[in-house]
Structures are given as C-alpha cells and as structure tokens.
Design a protein around this ligand. Sequence first.
Ligand SMILES: [Zn+2]
Length: 480
Amino acid sequence: MNSRASSPLVFLPRHLSYEDHRSPKQRFSRWNSYEIQLKAMISNILADKLIIFSAIPTTKAVTSDFQSSVPVFSDQFELTTNPLAGYCRVKTVRSQICNSDRRVLAGTKKGGVSQAIVLGHEGIGFIAQLSNTHTRHDLQVGDLVVLGPHFVEANDHCLKNGVPNLSCEMKHLGIHMNGVFADEMDFPEYTLNKITNSNEIIKKATNRSEYYDQMVFIEPLACVQRGYKLLQKQPYFNINAIETILILGAGPMGVIHAVHIQKKYPHIKVSITDIDSTRRNLTKNLPNLQANVVEIDTLGDNTQFDMIVVATSSREANVHSAIKFIKHNGVILLFSGIDMKNGDVRPVINGIDIETVHRYEHSVQLINYGFNLDAQITKSMYFMGTSGYVKDDFETSIQELHEDFMLGSELCLYRRIATSVINKLDGNVVHDLTGAFRDVTFDMPAIIPLLKLFDENDANDSDVNVHNHLKILIRHENYL
Ligand SMILES: [Zn+2]
C-alpha cells in the first residue's frame, strides 16, 4: 500500500536508473578504446534522460491515516511507475462523497484502520494502464469502468456462495485499500466493472458531462436495488400488495430509494421524511420526484405504512420510528446500518440485533411486539437487512441509469440527486446546482470540511453543515 502521501516530488536516484540499464558498469571498464568510451557516454546520456522521464508519477489525492479523523489533501501522492501485478491504473472521471466515508473517518462504522489511505469509494473512470500480468481480458485501456468498492480473495467462501458482500474478510476501497478521491489510482482488477453500452449511450448524449454525472450513481443505486431483490425472494413479500412506503431519511440514499420505487413500482405511494428541514426542502425541490415529503411530527400516531425503508444511520429511526410507523405484519427494510462507536450498547429489540440483521442481510420476524409502554397494543413485523451489492446489481443499476438518462435532460431524475458539485478534487467552492441553497467557498479544498460527519453543533453554521447538500459530486480534472 502506498503511504508516501505527502512526500515531495522526488526523481529516481541515479543508481536506481542504472539498475535498469544494460551496461552501466562499462564506464569503469578497463578497456580503453574510444568506441567503448563513446558508448559509455551515450549510455550515460540515455541514463540521464531516463532519470528525467522516469520520475515517479504523482496524483492529487485525499488521504487519511484514520487517527486524527481529519482528511488531508496532497497534490503529489506517489504512484508506482507502473501498476503492480493484478492492478489497473484508472483516471477518475467522477466521484461522490458517501456518508459512510464520513462515518469511517468519525469511527462510527466498523472497519476503521490506522494506515494512510486514499479515501472515497464511489467513482467511475477510464482505464489508463493494465499491469503486465492482467488476467481480466474483458478490460481494455480506454474502457469506462465503475469501481466496486468491495474486494475479496478469489477463494473466499462467501464469494463462492454468491454473497461476497457478507464476507468478514472483505476489504473496502477507501478503508483498507486506496480509494477514488484521486485523479489517478491503481485498483485491483476485481474491483473494476465495465459500464456496459457506455459508448453507444455517449454517442446519443448531447452532453458527455451529464452522462458522467449520471453514471457515478451506479454503486449507490446497485445497493438500493439489492434490497428490493432480496425482499422479492421472501415468501411473505408481495410487492403488488404494498400500497404505501415511508422512507426514514431524506439524504441521498433515501432519495435514491424514492426514485427507484417511483420508476419500478409506480403504484406505490411514497412518503419520505427527515428531521432536517434543509434536506426536506432539497428533496421537495427535486424536479419530477413524486414522493410526498413529510415532517415526522405531523404524522398522526395512527398513521401506518405497509413498508418502511430505514435510510438513515440514526438509532432512533432504526429502533423506534420504524416500529412505530409500520403496519401490523408490515416489512421494515434495514438499509443504512446504525452509527455506533466501539462499546456502544447493541440495538436489540426483543432479542433481535437490528444492526446484525442489516449487516448480514437476515430476514427476521418479530411477533406480537408490545410497542407502547403498557403493551396494550401489539403488532408483528418483518425485518429485512440489506448491505452492499453483488456484481449482478451493477448490471441492473447501469440499465436503470441508462433508461433514466435517455429520458433527456428535462425528465432524467438520478443525476439531480447530486445537488452540489466540486470542480476538480481540490476545488475550494462547492457549487449549488439547485437554486435551493447557495455556493459556498472554503479556504481549503471543499472536500475536506465536507467529509466531516454531521454534527448538531454545526447545524447553525451552514457552511460546514453537510445536510445542506444531498449528493456531493466531484468532477475530476480533464473531465469537467
Ligand atoms: Zn457508498
């Protein structure tokens, strides 16, 4: 793993270049002919050229050592001269901030490590270079690919069972391996997924930049789609019988759920709520979104829904609101996982550990649960956990994003969930794309303060309040 994040640009020392050179020792040869001397001179000149041209490649990157919780921007993060065996070099086109990037930095999500690592896991880019030993013959230089942040070894037991996302050995981009917040980075071949039909769609697109803005949603949408696929496999679940859904959390993921339901199951009436009024406004403002944006306190005590989607890491929403608003025999989709620090009490309801159900994609029925104080009223409900994606979800996600994109600039929905954009990884301004908020200029790369987990103390300081944005998109250099 490359950990030389902040060292200055260094040229290869002379003796390192000589190692590659065929005859460096000729200079010291005892042969004394002019010819040999001339050859030595030429090879020295060539070696000097090599020294100049074999400078270690560097890239802009946002890194963290996970000890200070504060990310650091480096404009000279060093790469190896060529990608290591089994890795591909990718030029990043678009990346996005995901709240789990913030949670990992803040230590509220399991999996923190202490090494210096490039952050970020949602991104797309072009393959710039393959390693000498590459085995994925479906990948070529110039292909547009989406990064799959999960990495498991080829012999992983969960991978063999088709659920690599449940592996305890899983490594994750931006946590254990260098991530996408870099203009150029080497990723294991396993993590690359070609964006099927991208060339055909780009040809039809009037605006290539809008296409990239749209396709960076592949990974988050794949995770959303997976929840509904898992539900469809449950004997108790019938999507046609679902008339109403309440989504808890109007952050980017909650809104992706709302859009997905609107597109795939248009018969369902969707309500979405958030404790944060700015987020509710941003969601209300999304053109073409049909979901009903509500304030949770205005929902009467007797308002109940056929299904609840928990798209917030709030413990309160996961263990209280979801249960309060679900109908008897309804289904609660546990999507987000709960913010927890080491040593926090487990979120257990009648022996069911909600966080474990989420992380390991269990399906559990809670029967006759007395949910008010005197247990006068009881109800039953199903919990369905969903966590991450598998490769097949990428294909269906690409398809759905392509279909949405082909509706045209006016009607296309997904890319509008990015309400804010940073141009260039180290851009100081986060631009508002909605008119519902405003541009904010920072005295440092804007991505740094925006990688801080929401803190109630920030709520009044609107510049660093990350709830002022839905998705924050980064358009990387050369692909603006
Ligand atoms: Zn994510």
